[in-house]
Write a protein that binds this ligand. Sequence first.
Ligand code: ATP
Ligand code: MG
Length: 362
Amino acid sequence: MATAHRIAVLSGDGIGPEIVAQAVKVLQALRGQGFDFELREAPVGAGAYLLTGTPLPQSTVEMALASDAVLFGAVGDPRFDHLDASLRPERAILGLRRALGLFADLKQVSVPAELAELSPLRAERVAGVDVLVVRELNGDVYTGQPRGMRVAPDGPFAGEREGFDTMRYAEGEVRRIAHVAFKAARRRSAKLCNVDKANVLATSRVWREVVIDVARDYPDVELTHLYADSAAMQLISHPARFDVILAGNLFGDILSDAASVLTGSIGLPASALLGDAQRGMYEAGHGTALDITERDIANPLACIRAAALMLRHSLGRDDLAQRIEAAVTAVLRQGLRTADLAGGSRVVGTTAMGDAVVAALR
Ligand code: ATP
Ligand code: MG
């Protein structure tokens, strides 16, 4: 008898609920044959703020912590932009990451041949591209101390206001994300490209030394290194050369967005947020898309792919993840397109796309 996986469903705001509903439908279709789960929904984001006065209620955090995986929609609502930063809906993401100890963001970007025409790059250059960007999520210049604003004490602009941040990485912090990246490379084509700026940054020199050291545990993985500027160039000029990219918080932020653009639609890439625990959080790479909310036109495929990543990374069901991914490819092959993938033969809505993926699973 299969044990029921506990999945926390945090749909959030904007198109979150409608795309998550499609992903849940796909999971339901896989029920049976040794796979079962229990869904627990909890409020997050603007909806949670309206209900409870905070975008991330403690009860939601506790439910996430008591789950095997979290399926996350999107949060945000400009109506709350005037609130103190700690109360804004987007803050819930940071709170969840912290509470769940998530330090790795694995963004999967693939361009099936039938969608290559959508890419801003030439189709022959992107057809078949499949890149995984592993981004460290906690450290780097986004969180390093000290940071702030002050009056410049010296130099040619002394007396003017200046801003300053601190870029930092501790060895252990690099080691744990490096292990995540090498393990991911092992499951794929065993090619890992480390991205840093070791020619100019002390942070990057520590980063690179640790990555090289960790590589000893993975002799089967081919490790290469690129400086961030060169990596950005190659990602655009020769994306097919990449399998797994490992980068710190800042360079990973930039490269994962650049990689997403290769697909031609923000409605396709999905992310797995992971930590030391088996439990991860899974989400579409895009945001709330309030401009198209509740019109049944949003592309649910990124969120459906996020459900596949959840099966792979947290629920130990790589076989089912592959089935979902194959079903997504199949519906695209059939010519089904949501509006963002326009140009296709048949434009369908959010619900119909979800139904098509379910049908393709059978
Ligand atoms: P947020 O502030 O939450 O990031 P946003 O609107 O700034 O929201 P996205 O949600 O990432 O950013 O959307 C950017 C654009 O892409 C919007 O025009 C949106 O409608 C479109 N978009 C985003 N996700 C999808 C999707 N799944 N299907 C179709 N279009 C989408
Ligand atoms: Mg946005």
